[in-house]
Design a protein around this ligand. Structure first.
Ligand SMILES: [Zn+2]
Length: 493
């Protein structure tokens, strides 16, 4: 349907350095494409469906570069969890009882929750691909929600004993299913490769997955260097030594990476997704904003999982920005300097959550900014409970607003939320269905063994790390080295 919309009555934050911002601006959308952006005065009399921002901010749709919609049915269940507690509970208690239909409902809830919070594009990292039906159900939920992005087919195996067969044949069968699903991708929802968590499988499988994605031209992502003081989820050097750090790979979290590993990501055109809230909660390390920027890698943001954190990217912008300001300020204070300026601004945070996200997902030519010719993914944020106008709309958007202030959401020219309400969704029916799933999963979980003790979790960590060291070492199985380090055998030393 050819429809024309005019977003006006607010501050237009294009996030495009050439186009610039407009204090009283307008955005004209025709047939799903941004036709013009400029001062509102230039658009008087235009025949269009007018969307009045009511003094709010008109901005690009937010882009979440790592979200697990498969967690959406149990919000807050991990609010006080450590990483080990969350991972163990997720893979032992929360995910195993999920049927494919449960996962469909869960992911639909998660995707709609994202849209409701102004997220128009998501890299949805599925951790529950325990059958082909599950993977397809999650993909279908994303398609049905109308959100843009990627379904990341999580290749994790051996996580659901008795449900998914382990070993090479099962791995090959799952890859074949990834190919089948990849072929069904649409212009709005594509299929990405979610690597088996590095170190949890023989390195040959990691290599196979990366090469598979490379051959098919698929976006590829992995949780990487997610926790300090452990080899788990790292394997960056091993991937580099095998020529497996491919351009465009999305490395998720990264607080434990060394300078050399950051250089490897930067030099190979890697992308990074930071999840400030989960990283801070779960002792993963300090969210690596400074490391990212210092190595010339663009920061993109993720909500990760509503098992613990907030479902909205505005919160991640706020947490990330204020955390990094605190760290920068403290560095100066430690030197006896009282800072006279703050380096990072709210506009930087908005860029992390919009155009940098588009860059991370390889969609920068289509979305991420409000510029003529781009696809119309647009969000209006109104401060619904404010008593006075904003003195600095970008500031109040990042530092004051929440998902409830997201008034309008357009994805590819389609209105998905208007006047604060999701469009085209029978919300009562969805809530009923979600509650049934919630109740059933809790009933099933009540039959499972109790959660692991701290001692059991610690033992599990030791065992898993041992497996990871063995698996990473397999990257060098065909190496010619005799095992002696070169500086010892160099006679000149
Ligand atoms: Zn994750």
């Amino acid at each position: 349907m050819n429809r024309t919309f005019l977003f006006t009555g607010g501050f237009v934050a294009t996030m495009d350095d050439t186009v610039g911002d407009f204090a009283d601006g307008a955005v004209l959308v025709d047939n799903g494409v941004i036709k013009a952006v400029g001062p509102a005065s230039e658009f008087h009399g235009v025949d269009a469906d007018v969307i009045d921002a009511g003094g709010g901010v008109i901005m690009p749709g937010m882009i979440d570069t790592h979200r697990h919609t498969c967690a959406a049915i149990l919000p807050g269940v991990g609010a006080d969890h450590s990483l080990l507690q969350l991972i163990n509970n997720a893979f032992v208690r929360y995910f195993p009882p999920m049927s494919a239909d449960d996962l469909y409902v869960t992911s639909l809830v998660g995707a709609l929750e994202a849209i409701d919070n102004g997220v128009t594009t998501v890299l949805d990292c599925c951790e529950v691909c325990k059958s082909f039906e599950h993977a397809h159900a999650n993909m279908q939920a994303l398609v049905d929600s109308g959100i843009r992005g990627f379904f990341s087919y999580g290749m994790n195996d051996e996580q659901y004993p008795g449900d998914v067969a382990a070993g090479a044949p099962a791995h090959a069968a799952r890859l074949a299913d990834v190919a089948r699903l990849h072929d069904t991708g649409t212009s709005l929802m594509q299929v990405a490769m979610g690597l088996s968590h590095p170190g949890t499988v023989p390195f040959e499988e990691t290599e196979t997955e990366i090469r598979f994605a490379q051959r098919r031209g698929m976006l590829c992502c992995s949780h990487t260097g997610a926790t300090k003081h452990t080899v788990l989820n790292n394997g960056v050097r091993e991937r580099a030594d095998r020529g497996l750090m491919l351009p465009g790979h999305v490395y998720i979290h990264c607080p434990s990476l060394t300078h050399r590993e950051w250089q490897l990501i930067a030099d190979t055109g890697g992308k990074v997704s930071i999840a400030p809230e989960t990283e801070m909660q779960m002792a993963m390390g300090i969210p690596p904003f400074r490391a990212c920027m210092d190595h010339g890698v663009k920061v993109s943001l993720s909500t990760d999982t509503v098992h613990c954190g907030s479902p909205d990217l505005l919160s991640q912008m706020r947490l990330g920005l204020q955390l990094q300001r605190c760290l920068d300020n403290e560095k100066a204070l430690d030197q006896g300097i009282v800072p006279t300026r703050i380096e990072l601004g709210v506009r930087d945070a908005l860029i992390w959550g919009t155009r940098n996200g588009a860059d991370a997902l390889g969609l920068e030519s289509q979305i991420g900014t409000l510029a003529p010719g781009k696809t119309a993914d647009i969000v209006v944020v109104k401060r619904k409970r404010a008593f006075v106008p904003s003195s600095y709309p970008l500031g109040t958007t990042v530092l004051h607003a929440n998902g409830g202030d997201v008034d309008t959401v357009m994805i590819a020219g389609e209105i998905r939320k208007r006047d604060g309400v999701l469009v085209g969704i029978d919300l009562d029916a969805l809530r009923d269905r979600a509650k049934q799933t919630f109740d059933r999963l809790n009933e099933e979980m009540s039959k499972l063994p109790p959660e692991m003790s701290e001692a059991e979790l610690d033992e599990l960590l030791v065992t898993t790390e041992r497996t990871a060291r063995i698996n990473f070492a397999r990257a060098y199985l065909d190496a010619s080295s005799d095992g002696r380090s070169s500086w010892r055998s160099d006679p000149t030393v």
